[in-house]
Design a binder for this molecule. Structure first.
Ligand code: N01
Length: 513
């Protein structure tokens, strides 16, 4: 007879003999996908709750996730480093307020080493499929060895997806792109073997990545054609270097470093009021951004091209001190005519002009709506997660999906931010997921499955709250679901509310079997 679904009580913990027998049923208690910020946070959170049987499967040969993949010139974080880092691994040595990519990657490597997480990571293992076995109460996870191509199946009681949402490059399909004679690549797959010096270069896209690499390459290239579909909102970046004295003080007075982190958090968090509750405030900030642009750009035609036409904040607000400065240089053209096709020697726009170039760089972002499409994840009854989410993703707290027991998402839908550090959200999710894993272990559960009604209530709440936010003000952005209508990527509130709601899982919202 199938065991009855019920909610366990705190008194139902199993004894050590049963626990050992259960451990033997699977290869490992927890499998984590990805060794970026999310995977490492999860490893740390599991340790904190006393779960030591976990393995992190990483497709590459290094930790770092997005900070390993995005190596384009000028790559840096647009959230201050003292906040864009783990609360459990503060680093007083950040060189700048907004650190460059190599430093963030070095921080992640060092944290993985210091936290003793490297021994848990299997490198070169790309997860391609996961299937939940209801009878065993375990996930069977198939990974491919990226060097030999061999597949391995690992069983685990719980599965945590820490593979990030911004990792599948989105390259628009322009007619004729395959006929282009020169090199062409995406910002997240930067080809460092290509020497752009003295070349005529096309950049397609003007988002968070392009505004970083365009100023970095502009002085060296012969000519730059920047193809802009939508002018972004850009505000100045308070970017400065920390002096050796400041670093020494922060190192010797950890409380001061914590206070500094809390200060940055507070300043960023205050902006949520404008994004979420009072979008009219964004108009004020918009005026400051226009002043910034006018200070840098004198030419009226270029000013017009660079003036955004949507409500500030609807797409990600960009931070830069050198974007406009780069665009006003004599070797740069901002092209606002739509791209018609790509030809052997350049990009032709709809006005019939051929912009001759030697290389094409795509700063065209990521396929966020299909961020799990490289994996097939089958839950109860064989239902596949990408198929379930075809119209739009539904999750509880951005972490659990009904019908997919013992599965936990980090950086999942409804938890992205437009105003503060994602690391704060990731740590909250990792702590929540680790407590669920602990519950599964302690109570000898086969399945911990969030109730459909809890998930539906959360989805309704998020959609309802989203309506009054700036993200729903009518622009098109990667924050929206595949249906292009609902904004499903972001958390429509203050992050401290999310933190409070995920501090302790409410197990009455789950069916425990
Ligand atoms: O991508 P994006 P990104 N024809 O989606 C344009 C994070 N990030 O890689 O606005 C012509 O922002 C598109 O135009 P439009 C951050 O969360 C963080 O820059 O859609 N143009 C847009 O201009 C960010 O939000 C850091 O009209 C086309 C651009 O390509 C996310 O990554 C640094 C086009 C895409 O902009 C993505 O940023 C970098 C087409 N067919 C990135 N299709 C940090 O500092 C698209 N575009 C932490």
């Amino acid at each position: 007879m199938a065991p009855k679904d019920r909610t366990t009580s705190a008194h139902d913990t199993i004894d050590s003999g049963v626990r050992d027998a259960r451990r033997a049923e699977v290869d490992v208690e927890v499998l984590v996908v990805g060794a970026g910020f999310s995977g490492l946070a999860m490893g740390h959170a599991l340790r904190r709750v006393g779960v030591t049987s976990f393995r992190i499967l990483e497709k590459a040969q290094d930790v770092g996730g997005t900070w390993r993949e995005n190596t384009y010139p000028g790559a840096a974080c647009d959230v201050p480093s003292h906040l864009y880092s783990f609360s459990f691994a503060p680093d007083p040595g950040w060189s700048r307020s907004y650190s460059p990519q190599p430093e963030i990657l070095a921080y992640l490597r060092e944290t993985a080493r210091q936290q003793d997480l490297l021994a848990h990571v299997v490198f070169g293992a790309e997860v391609i499929e996961a299937r939940f076995d209801e009878a065993r109460g375990a996930w069977s996870v198939v990974s491919r060895d990226t060097q030999t191509g061999a597949s391995t199946t690992t069983t685990s009681r719980s599965l945590v997806l820490g593979n990030g949402a911004l990792h599948i490059p989105s390259i628009p399909r322009f007619e004729g792109a395959e006929t282009f004679a020169g090199p062409q690549f995406h910002s997240a797959r930067w080809d460092h073997a290509v020497d752009l010096r003295g070349k005529r270069v096309a950049v397609i896209g003007t988002g968070a990545s392009a505004i970083q690499f365009v100023p970095a390459i502009q002085p060296d290239v012969a000519h730059l054609s920047v193809f802009q579909r939508t002018a972004p909102w850009v505000v100045p970046k308070r970017d400065f270097a920390f002096s050796p004295t400041t670093k020494a003080i922060l190192k010797s007075v950890p409380a001061l470093q914590r206070a500094y982190r809390a200060f940055i958090y507070g300043v960023n968090e205050a902006q949520a009021y404008g994004f979420v509750y009072e979008p009219r405030l964004m108009k004020l900030l918009g005026k400051l951004a226009i002043q910034h642009m006018h200070r840098e750009i004198a030419h009226p035609v270029l000013r017009k091209k660079l003036t955004p036409t949507f409500v500030m904040g609807c797409k990600r607000v960009l931070l830069s001190n050198d974007w406009y400065r780069a665009l006003r240089q004599p070797n740069v053209d901002v092209v606002t005519h739509a791209i018609d096709r790509i030809e052997t020697n350049g990009v032709r726009t709809r006005d019939g002009v051929l912009h001759e170039v030697d290389a094409i760089l795509y700063g065209t972002g990521f396929s966020v709506a299909e961020y799990l499409s490289s994996m097939r994840i089958h839950g109860r009854g064989g239902v596949e997660l990408n198929e379930r989410w075809q119209k739009r993703p539904e999750v509880h707290l951005g972490i659990s999906v009904s019908g997919f027991p013992n599965l936990f998402l980090l950086m999942g839908p409804a938890t992205g931010l437009g105003h503060n550090s994602m690391i704060f959200m990731i740590e909250a999710q990792a702590r929540y997921a680790a407590q669920c894993v602990r519950r599964i272990e302690d109570h000898g559960l086969r399945m911990l499955d969030v109730k459909p009604e809890a998930q539906a209530a959360f989805t309704r709440e998020v959609q309802e709250r989203m309506k009054r936010t700036v993200w729903a003000s009518g622009c098109a952005s990667w924050y929206q679901a595949g249906d292009g209508e609902s904004v499903t990527a972001l958390w429509p509130g203050f992050t401290f509310e999310y933190w409070a709601r995920t501090r302790k899982p409410d197990f009455s919202q789950f069916v425990a079997t």
